[in-house]
Structures are given as C-alpha cells and as structure tokens.
Design a protein around this ligand. Sequence first.
Ligand SMILES: [Zn+2]
Length: 236
Amino acid sequence: MIFERHRFRTDNYLYLLADGDDAALVDPADPEVALEVARRSGVHPKWILHTHAHPDHAGGSARLRAELGAEVVGHGGDAAWFPPDRDLAGVTELELGRLHVRVHASPGHTPGSVLLEWKGRLLTGDTLFWSGCGNCRNGGDPARLAATFRTVISGLDPRLEVHPGHDYAEANLRFVLAREPGNQAAAGRFAAVRAARAAGVEPEATELGEEVLVNPFLRAGGDTAFVELRRLRDAG
Ligand SMILES: [Zn+2]
C-alpha cells in the first residue's frame, strides 16, 4: 500500500494512492512531477481524482489521461473547469479496483468540491487547509462553505489525518495567532511547521481533532461568524 503526499510548485500538493496494481493520482496538476512520483513508486495510475477542478489541481489531467489511459473522476459541479469522465455527484462510496474511497461532498470553495477519505486520511483539497480554509473568490460561496463546515466536516472522525491541497499553514497560523495570542495549540503548530521548513522536511499532517484547536473556521460558532472570519482572512 502506498500513500504519498508530494509538494510541487511552491505550496501545491498532489497525492498518490495505491493498493497492489490499483493506483490513483489526486490533483496531479503538474504532469511531469506526477509521472515521476508514480514511476518511483512503480505503479501505473488508472485513475485521476479531483478534489475540485481549479486549474492548479486539474490542469494536468487532460495530458495525464492521454498518457496513462486513465479515467478522470471528479464532481460534475466543477465541469465548467474540467468535465470528469466519472461524476461524483451523489456518490459517497467510490470503488476503484482495490481502492475504496469515501466521498464527502463539500461545496463552498467551488460547487463541486469533495473531501476524499482513504484509510484514515482525509484529502481536503482547498476546502480545509491546515489552520484555515479555502477562499471563495473563484466560483465559490462562503455561505455554502460555512454550511459544509457545520454539516459535513463537524461530523467526521476526529482521528482522520488532514491532507490539504496546499500548504498555507504558516500564513494561516499568523492570522490565527494575531487573533488568538493565547492559543497554545496554534503556537505549538506554528513552531512545528517553521521547524519543518527550516529542516527542509514536510510538516506532519494534523488530525481533525487537533485542527479544531488551531483552526478557527472549525469553531466559528455559526455561519454568519464563519463568513465574517473568511472575509477578515481575505482582507489580511
Ligand atoms: Zn482551488
């Protein structure tokens, strides 16, 4: 079994999931990097999964589909950016050979955003970041994102590891600590991500239960407060 989170460009993450001969790439926007990650792992991905279809997530998928003969799987709500071969609208359990992926529709950052759950990991795309959430400036809706946090994310297992589509942890934590200078969990996480960067290694994934302590969007206390927090984060 393979689970790999791989940084590309500055802060983007793509993912490789594999079980035996069944492998899937998630948000492989850079085809060269994605093919190298797959080659090093000795797998031939048959599926390309989109957490959502913004070009910095789905922009490599047409070429990868052609090169790999892979099927593109994503939510049709984002078809304006990339129409999927297989539509996740209404799908909660996805069977890709031996890969069994739970799908949680999570509209807000985009209409077709989904969270993908696989073996204790939650691939959150641009819906939930470490210590923050996605903005809604490119086809999104903060009120829908607030509802997703309230009705979808709050009901998930707190032990799930959070694996986002970007690493914005430092900038998000500066925002958190400016508002909550006494937040020890946030201060500890800030020190840990800075130490990882200084050492040239990837930050550890958080668990959802830890995110609740450091991430104000997970405890906004209502949709109106969530939307206001998102507006403040956009301004800062
Ligand atoms: Zn996005």
